[in-house]
Design a protein around this ligand. Structure first.
Ligand SMILES: Nc1ncnc2c1ncn2[C@@H]1O[C@H](COP(=O)(O)OP(=O)(O)O)[C@@H](O)[C@H]1O
Ligand SMILES: [Mg+2]
Length: 488
């Protein structure tokens, strides 16, 4: 039950209880006064009758007394009169208490008044008055006043009282519930609604704190709390946006740095096709070839132009400052650029870059440029350590995997981009810090230590992870895992 209702009901019950007790006491007090008045009236009537009874006895004995009492009763019918002569007294009355009272009156000549059968719930008032008889004997005059009417009155008064209390109680309860609802229930209801809205993340609402009481204070405190929450959230959103901007800039800077290191080799890389184009076009221009040979030379020049275009496109694509939307694409696209971008660097170190399996028909979802960047960083590292005349292999495969704790989307199908080299391997004690930002074993100026950290950040963002298997004899294998996107 609601607190406001509980308090109101408790108050109402308490008030009704107090009213009942007080009214009962008042009623009893009033009826005690009425009883007193009635007793006094009966006694006064008896005293008034005393001389007449004595006189009647003197005149004609018991017969005369009974006649006188009959006559008196005829005049005043509310009080029953009875003559208790010595014989009746000796025989006893209808109840022992009455007998005792009557005999005591006869013996002590003193009036006796009693309520019968008991004081708590009397049916009648009995008064016994002594009558001195002429012959020296004692008689007693019994006056009996029935309390039936008074009992009826008491019953009705009590009924009336209960009815009044009931009506007052009901009205008071109704009024208290209404006022309680207005002052407490309704306002607490609004506070609860506000707290629930905040719980759902809606922080736009405020409640007017109109009153100066505890609920007003609570409302102000809650408004204050909601405002703080909104400020904190706004700060959090700004911080998250700032973090995202910095991450984006850092990744772009990392791509530019990679392009920078590859650039020196680019001129060299473009030299060969340019020489071929130059030589072939000169042959045509100087008319040193004719017929089908002209077409052949023109075709070779065009092929070399396409090759140059592809290489430059790989570089430009990789260097762009883009925020691509997340989309679905074939897994092979992740290594599509690798040759164009890194063949030159590999050739420079007399290493063969072999892009093998590309998992055709398998799809992933994400940011293609970022995934290409992650793979590029791993391939650049592999080329850096690969001994001359060895191969660096890049393969895209699909397999059922269980991700490490806290990574991936649980056991399932993953695309594994595997980069293998025949380099010196990685010391086991270096493995725990391998992906930490700025960790590098390269000489000053040769490495930033950001390649692996950025690659693992990108993997994490795609619900994936990177594994390393390395030993000093067989070289190193980095595997980038990303969930397969089965939805069409
Ligand atoms: N294929 C690999 N073989 C051996 N060591 C590697 C390989 N890839 C990365 N490492 C080690 O990890 C370190 C961190 O790499 P990375 O984060 O790319 O930074 P950087 O290449 O600038 O040093 C490297 O300095 C190197 O010691
Ligand atoms: Mg690196």
């Amino acid at each position: 039950m609601r607190i406001a209702l509980k308090i109101t009901l408790a108050l109402t019950l308490w008030t009704v209880g107090v009213l009942v007790v007080m009214s009962e006491r008042e009623l009893e007090h009033e009826f005690a006064i009425i009883d007193g008045d009635l007793s006094e009236a009966v006694v006064l009537m008896g005293r008034a009758l005393q001389p007449f009874v004595e006189d009647a006895w003197a005149r004609g004995g018991e017969q005369q007394v009974l006649a006188a009492l009959d006559a008196a009763y005829e005049r005043e019918r509310t009080v029953n009169l009875r003559w208790l002569g010595p014989t009746v007294l000796a025989r006893g009355l209808d109840s022992p208490e009455l007998t005792t009272a009557a005999r005591r009156t006869a013996q002590s000549s003193q009036e006796q008044v009693l309520r019968w059968p008991d004081d708590e719930d009397p049916v009648a008032i009995y008064a016994y008055l002594p009558v001195r008889l002429a012959d020296g004997q004692e008689g007693v005059l019994e006056l009996r006043r029935s309390l039936e009417v008074r009992r009826e009155l008491q019953r009705r008064s009590r009924e009336q009282l209960w009815l009044t209390i009931l009506v007052i109680g009901a009205c008071a309860a109704g009024l208290a519930v209404g006022i309680g609802w207005l002052l407490v229930g309704q306002r607490v209801g609004r506070l609860v609604a506000l707290a629930r809205a905040v719980g759902r993340g809606e922080t736009a609402t405020r409640l007017p704190a109109t009153t100066n009481d505890e609920l007003g204070e609570l409302t102000s405190a809650l408004n204050h709390m909601v405002q703080n929450l909104e400020d904190t959230r706004a700060r959090g959103t700004r911080a998250a946006a700032e973090r995202e901007r910095l991450t984006h800039e850092l990744r772009h800077a990392d791509r530019l740095a990679t392009i920078g290191t590859l650039m020196a080799r680019l001129a060299h890389e473009l030299g060969t096709p340019l020489n071929v184009i130059s030589a072939r076009t000169k042959l045509i221009a100087r008319e040193q070839v004719s017929g089908a040979a002209v077409i052949d030379n023109a075709r070779i020049a065009a092929e070399q132009t396409d090759r140059i275009t592809a290489i430059i496109r790989s570089f430009l694509d990789f260097a762009r400052d883009a925020r691509d939307p997340v989309r679905r694409f074939e897994a092979g696209a992740i290594v599509e650029h690798t040759s164009g971008l890194l063949d030159g660097a590999a050739a420079d170190r007399r290493v063969e870059l072999v892009v093998g399996n590309q998992a055709p028909g398998r799809y992933v979802r994400g940011d293609l440029l970022l995934l290409q960047q992650a793979v590029t960083n791993l391939v650049v590292n592999a080329i850096d350590v690969a001994p001359p005349e060895t191969r660096v292999t890049v393969d895209v495969l699909e397999s059922e995997c269980t991700p490490p704790e806290g990574r991936g989307r649980g056991r399932g199908r993953y695309i594994c981009v595997t980069i293998g080299d025949r380099g010196p391997g990685i010391d086991a004690e270096l493995l725990p810090q391998l992906f930490a930002p700025f960790f590098t074993t390269k000489p000053r100026g040769a490495g930033t230590g950001l390649g692996l950290s950025i690659a693992s950040g990108i993997a994490l963002e795609h619900d994936g992870w990177i594994d390393v298997v390395s030993d000093h004899r067989n070289g190193t294998q980095f595997v980038l895992h990303i969930p397969v996107d089965a939805d069409p």
